[in-house]
Ligand binder design. Sequence first.
Ligand SMILES: Cc1ncc(COP(=O)(O)O)c(C=O)c1O
Length: 385
Amino acid sequence: MVLLSKRSVVEPFHAMDILAQATLRRQAGHPVISMAVGQPVNPAPRAALEAARAALLHGRVGYTDALGMVELREGLADYYRRRHSVEVDPRRIGVTTGSSAGFNLAFLALFDAGDAVAIARPGYPAYRNILKALGLKVVEVPVNAETQFTLTPQSLEAAQDREGVRLKGVLLASPANPTGTVTGRAQLRQLSDYCNGHGITLISDEIYHGLTYAGDEASALEVGDQAVIINSFSKYYCMTGWRIGWMVLPEDMVRPIECLAQSLYISAPELSQIAATAALTADAELEVYKEGYRANRDFLQVRLPQLGLPLLSPMDGAFYAYVDVGRFTNDSMDFARRLLSDTNVATTPGLDFDPVDGHRALRLSYAGSMADMVEATRRIEGWIR
Ligand SMILES: Cc1ncc(COP(=O)(O)O)c(C=O)c1O
């Protein structure tokens, strides 16, 4: 028998389990609508596909510098100029294998085993799992209407008092998964100032940037220069499977991250970096996709409460509705499984995002077509009644 490490014992990502179940059903010929996994149905932008095709004609796909191709890093510096009016030295930008690799690198560079890092609850489950696997202490801070569904200096103080720890890091996503919360510029500044004043590193997950429908979308770069920014081509750019993300690093973190990246990953895939560089020019096409998500959001935020599924948080950004299923069940995992097997609508149990209250919650991704939203809610209505 293999003796496994204690740190490898992390919760399964239930969304992926539901996805596997949905794939089996689809293969068996069932008309599955997937609202389980957070990925756009749209393909990568045309410019990205063309650039990848052209690169393949040369045939040679190799390693790049550990922190990524110069063209991509320069393109990303331009992204901050265009979108946030912030000047970033391209040398502070590191390209990663999806933002997922960025989290590993950031946590390894910033924290030692046993250090305490705060995340929001509900929040993206991989945060908890990666932190735990690296031997860090996860401090889950509840976010709710009282905290405007985001982390605040007050809620961080309260969590530290409650758990008897001092934080080394705070990880905030805006827009957030699964709540859709957009943490506005003023709130972000408060959080950044609090972290800077208390020797805490703020890690700002900006992977849903570009997908804000209400509220002001700000980068932590706009309110301070100490935060670590993590972002990705997976969501706005519709490139989940290309596995390209990036980090913007404080100056003195660049070399340590480069050394870690050299050994952990060598580099992000070159072909994907070439495609990602071209994707940065595709805003016009991507804005059309975004308008599609907005229409889905407008539809669902009226329709879901009508079905007895009230929203647990406002749908301001990303592409998720997080709803209360407490009227129907106390076991969101069982609810999601039955919903899938009875109606072929795949959703994600709240348990993924919130081990405490998630048994009464469900997340629905609306990165699909309007026709799917209409049909999925029609099936749910017939099933729930
Ligand atoms: C909040 C958040 N951060 C990070 C990720 C990871 O994305 P990727 O590794 O594809 O960049 C996801 C994926 O769903 C997410 O929801």
